[in-house]
Design a protein around this ligand. Structure first.
Ligand code: IPE
Ligand code: IPE
Ligand code: MG
Length: 246
């Protein structure tokens, strides 16, 4: 750890929580145990994030492609979300966490969808930390959903720009992720925030999600703190712009 490094805390962190299955397999356990431990870990990382001053945390919990998994695993992942919502909602609400759902609603069983919507409504007034739960989420399907809505709203062509498209995404009103973390060593996006992540910093670690702890989060943030974000500009320009915002 570099002692003289000035930590820059990203405003919005997004995490591809990957490696639950391999974590379990490496211990001779069923994959579901990996998901269970992964869920426990989320609770820890959520607390650590709030403590560090991260304002928005987006977590990839179930992708539109994850429906292709064996039905039993899919069922288990649905059940895990249900259990987490039931078990954690009081505490999350007390801690000022605002829960939001990003993703398709179609395909989610009505009873579960209702629970998700209730959790979002109940915590809508909270402002300590925004927790975006990407569940039944896919970046491509999000863009298709936005295009359909833009067309069905009859938006004239000359009014369609990036800012308008932003407003039609599930992340409407939120800033883009500053840092996207992927655990388990895979170096791919897997359809996560493909529009919003256009200029996000990426951080990948070999660590499986259930083992990704506060120290690892800090290492990710240290790495982020050392990055030079240029957004297409030269180094000097980017520096001047940063100075102007301080
Ligand atoms: C991430 O862990 C959780 C979900 C995708 C729901 P995986 O289940 O993908 O674990 P691996 O990648 O098979 O190890
Ligand atoms: C991405 O992980 C989705 C989630 C973490 C929910 P996957 O395990 O589904 O990604 P691939 O299939 O390895 O790309
Ligand atoms: Mg995986």
């Amino acid at each position: 750890m570099a002692s003289n490094l000035e930590l820059k805390i990203p405003n919005h962190v997004a995490i591809i929580m990957d490696g639950n299955g391999r974590w379990a397999a490496s211990r001779g356990l069923p994959r579901t145990e990996g998901h269970r431990h992964g869920t426990e870990n989320l609770r820890r990382i959520l607390r650590s994030s709030a403590k560090m001053g991260i304002r928005i945390l987006t977590i990839y919990a179930f992708s539109t492609e994850n429906w292709k998994r064996p039905p039993q695993e899919v069922m288990m992942l649905m059940r895990i979300l249900e259990t987490v919502l039931d078990r954690e909602i009081d505490e999350l609400d007390r801690e000022g966490v605002q829960i939001r759902h990003i993703g398709e609603t179609e395909g989610i069983a009505p009873y579960l969808l209702k629970k998700i919507q209730q959790a979002c409504e109940r915590t809508a007034h909270n402002s300590q930390l925004i927790l975006n739960v990407a569940f039944n989420y896919g970046g491509r399907s999000e863009i298709v959903h936005a295009v359909r809505k833009i067309v069905s709203d009859g938006i004239p062509v000359d009014q369609i720009d990036e800012e308008l498209v932003n407003r039609y995404l599930y992340t409407e009103g939120l800033p883009d992720p500053d840092l996207i973390i992927r655990t388990s060593g895979e170096l791919r996006v897997s359809n996560f925030l493909i529009w919003q992540g256009a200029y996000s910093e990426y951080y990948a670690t070999e660590t499986y999600w259930p083992d990704f702890d506060e120290d690892e989060l800090l290492v990710a943030i240290e790495s982020y703190s050392r990055r030079k974000r240029r957004f297409g500009m030269t180094d000097d320009q980017a520096h001047d712009e940063l100075d102007a915002t301080l």
